[in-house]
Ligand binder design. Structure first.
Ligand code: XIL
Length: 314
């Protein structure tokens, strides 16, 4: 067929995907597009710590189970997202101050979530957003209590919980050369040398229409891939200042072509995931006030020029 996913597979890649969850899949129009066009789903929120382990040792997995069951019955790959992240983190975790307790808590969380779906998850985003933009480690309970060893602990626990999933580190602002890309390369080089099980680097790719970095974004992607790991664009969206107009939509289309082609031209880039299907449900307007219209289908589920651009990039 002519779907985005089929086209990605025809050029030797693993998938073209989107985030989804029970809420968006309950919209029949959204669900129909995921079924027809996408080969991979990422749980937008249902596998995050605040959704899965609100109290220590008490796992609430019904929304995550829904996503896994939906993907399995529709033949879609799953990118698990995400096991250790400073955001959407319950306060009982943030309150931990001793290293032994936090280590056990990380290991038990990963066992509870990744272990539950062992054998069913294609990629796991094991850690998310560990760096500041200048390449220093982000302040979080994990870094404050354990230093960067929390990353080693998390990857080893993920491998033990689900030996067949490919394990990824994921972050944003890896679209341009600079401190964050350099720090990511240095970290994964250290992890590989230390024998820590890591397979890939996810570049979220939350972009802005006509941002000057977009024409060059294949260069940092190639630098990440030069570590020998796989890479992927994991949360692609390209927002604009609202309201949209024909010029912005045309520029966005061209930007989507460039972004998708940045993956295609990078041999180790295994796939592209957009952070949603329709502008109706995108996280963008809630987070970046005055911005939106970042995806391939509009609020009424009509294909935008961006759909044509993304297709042309494959
Ligand atoms: C976002 C979701 O889309 C929103 O629904 C939620 O309110 C906040 O998180 N980087 C990530 C994703 O890794 O998990 C975030 O998803 C967007 C930024």
């Amino acid at each position: 067929t002519g779907s985005l996913d089929a086209k990605m597979k025809s050029v030797g890649r693993e998938y073209f995907g989107t985030c989804a969850d029970r809420n968006t899949l309950s919209d029949a129009a959204y669900e129909a597009i995921v079924i027809a066009e996408y080969g991979q789903v990422t749980p937008e929120n249902s596998m995050k710590w605040d959704a899965t382990e609100k109290s220590r040792g008490v796992f609430s997995m019904s929304d995550a189970d829904y996503l896994v069951d939906w993907a399995t019955s529709h033949g879609k790959l799953i990118r698990g997202h995400t096991l250790v992240w400073h955001s959407q983190l319950p306060s009982w975790v943030s309150a931990i101050t001793d290293a032994a307790t936090l280590t056990t808590v990380i290991q038990d969380h990963i066992k509870g979530v990744a272990g539950r779906y062992a054998g069913k998850i294609h990629h796991w985003d094991v850690v998310n957003e560990v760096f500041n933009d200048d390449g220093t480690f982000r302040t979080s309970v994990f870094y404050n209590v354990l230093g960067e060893s929390f990353i080693d602990i998390a990857f080893r626990a993920a491998k033990a919980a689900d030996p067949t999933a490919k394990l990824y580190i994921n972050d944003y602002n890896l679209d341009y050369a600079g401190g964050k890309v350099n720090a990511m390369v240095a970290l994964v080089t250290r992890l590989i040398a230390a024998g820590v099980p890591i397979d890939g680097i996810g570049s979220q790719a939350h972009l802005i229409v006509n941002n000057g970095a977009i024409p060059y974004m294949h260069q940092p992607l190639a630098a990440l891939a030069a570590t020998g790991l796989k890479v992927a664009l994991t949360e692609l969206d390209i927002r604009m200042t609202l309201p949209s107009d024909a010029t912005k939509l045309a520029d966005q289309s061209s930007n989507y072509q460039t972004a998708v082609y940045a993956c295609k031209r990078t041999a180790n880039c295994v796939g592209v995931t957009t952070w949603g299907v329709s502008d109706k449900y995108s996280w963008v307007p809630d987070t970046f006030s005055g911005s939106g219209a970042a995806l391939l289908w509009d609020e009424n589920f009509a294909k935008k020029p961006a759909y044509t651009g993304a297709t042309a990039g494959i």
